[in-house]
Design a protein around this ligand. Structure first.
Ligand SMILES: *Cc1c(COP(=O)(O)O)cnc(C)c1O
Length: 429
């Protein structure tokens, strides 16, 4: 596959954009080669500027559950655009999208729309702090919640402790309000609550952590967090930016049988346009401005084009669509499993619905970030390159998951599995 034009654009971009990109993982730093410049995308297929066609398992990192350029979503946006691109004033679309969100997240009485997942989580955290009048946050190693100062924190030494900033530019006082615990560890959270329980405003978790591999949690563990929050008067925030609207059986909270106080959403609810949202019961949401004192605002919040894309995306996500995603997922399992077995399990496939991850070890996929081998990226970077050469695009990092969209077809999945077989053969696994 020739990528001359992509390479030329990348070199040009390096002069104008930091690392040539506007979001770091796009830079291909942890895999071979340069970023690929897209020309257009339709359904499951992306066409790059050199004219190569790739089967896309990244799908814009999750929002495109119906694939690229879905005709009904495009049409809804075109139609709305005739009436204006942004109002900065209320319109019907906001009510319509809110109704659809509430239907799936039954603990929400009220919804607030913002423009990204980061903004949704940031605002949910502020609301939790405002509501409880407390400062401390508990977050988990291996969960990503966007690039918010107080959540860009990793664990220092020790099991459950105050975190250290994982980026320069974050004041010490900011991270001093974040406690960090390993996932899947009952003792660690008991310890944190014993020490600090009455100062904790909120526990925030991705109930299905999907930003550091796919680290599936025990439902009892999520229930334990619920119990601790209840006992100490802290709020439980579920970050469902990835998992929200992903499953037929409802929110991930519903699937796990655990009801959070606040849920943050993003990705799918914008259908490929910038939308985030958060919601909770009235008593909590009414602390928010204009009804309450907790401030949060946005020039483009509730943007009519974004609402239209979200509404259409959710309306297309009927039972049949969810069944299709699950059956494609099962088909992927069936294609990939024998190939991994044949090669002695250089990695394992972990899948929940349309989300999948190649866990980089022969062991069963872990539930904790620190159990991912530190050399995990080595094999993955070769696999990534080999698959790209054969026309299949996975995320350019071993820690990122893959996405199946309703527009994928069995031959795309089978083709990827066959390509994987060839690549592992070539690498002499
Ligand atoms: C993607 C993601 C975010 C951040 O959303 P952005 O729209 O990239 O700001 C937050 N939390 C989770 C769980 C995510 O997957």
């Amino acid at each position: 596959m020739q990528r001359e034009k992509s390479d030329m654009l990348h070199h040009e971009a390096l002069e104008h954009l930091v690392g040539g990109v506007n979001s770091p993982v796009r830079a291909f730093k942890s895999v071979h080669g340069n970023p690929i410049y897209f020309e257009k995308a339709s359904g499951a297929i992306v066409t790059d500027v050199d004219g190569n066609e790739l089967v896309d398992f990244v799908q814009s990192w999750g929002p495109l559950v119906h694939g690229h350029s879905h005709p009904e979503i495009l049409d809804a946006v075109y139609q709305k655009m005739q009436n204006g691109t942004s109002f900065g004033a209320p319109h019907r679309g906001e009510i319509e999208l809110a109704k659809r969100v509430k239907k799936r997240f039954s603990h929400m009485d009220k919804v607030r729309f913002v423009s990204s997942g980061t903004e949704a989580v940031m605002s949910a955290v502020r609301l939790a702090r405002g509501y409880t009048g407390r400062d401390l946050l508990v977050k988990f190693e291996g969960c990503y919640h966007g690039h918010i100062d107080s959540l860009l924190v990793s664990s220092g030494s020790g099991l459950a402790t105050f975190g250290i900033a994982s980026s320069p530019g974050i004041p010490k006082d900011t991270v001093a309000t974040t406690l960090i615990a390993p996932l899947d560890d009952d003792e660690a959270v008991d310890h944190l609550f014993n020490e600090h329980g009455h100062e904790i405003a909120a526990v925030i978790i991705e109930p299905l952590p999907a930003n550091n591999g796919l680290l599936v949690q025990r439902h009892e563990y999520l229930a334990k967090l619920r119990g601790l929050c209840h006992k100490y008067g802290a709020l439980l925030i579920f970050d469902e930016v990835i998992s929200g609207f992903r499953f037929k059986d409802g929110s991930y909270g519903e699937i796990s049988g655990v009801t959070p106080d606040i849920t943050a959403l993003g990705k799918i609810i914008g259908g490929g346009l910038p939308v985030g949202a958060y919601g909770a019961r009235s008593e909590i949401m009414e602390k928010l401005s204009p009804l309450g004192p907790v401030y949060q605002a946005g020039t483009l919040s509730g943007n009519p084009l974004a609402m239209a894309a979200g509404i259409t995306t959710l309306d297309l996500l009927d039972e049949e669509a969810y069944d299709r995603l699950e059956s494609l997922g099962q088909y992927l399992d069936g294609c990939v499993e024998p190939i991994l077995a044949k090669h002695g399990y250089p990695m394992r496939l972990m899948r929940r619905g349309s989300l999948f991850w190649f866990s980089p070890s022969s062991a069963q996929p872990p539930a904790r970030a620190d159990l991912i081998p530190s050399d995990a990226g080595m094999l993955y970077s070769d696999v990534h390159k080999g698959l790209l050469e054969r026309g299949y695009m996975l995320a350019p990092s071993v820690y990122e998951i893959g996405f199946i969209a309703t527009v994928h077809e069995e031959h795309h999945l089978l083709g990827m599995a066959k390509a994987l077989d060839e690549v592992l053969e070539e690498l002499e696994w």
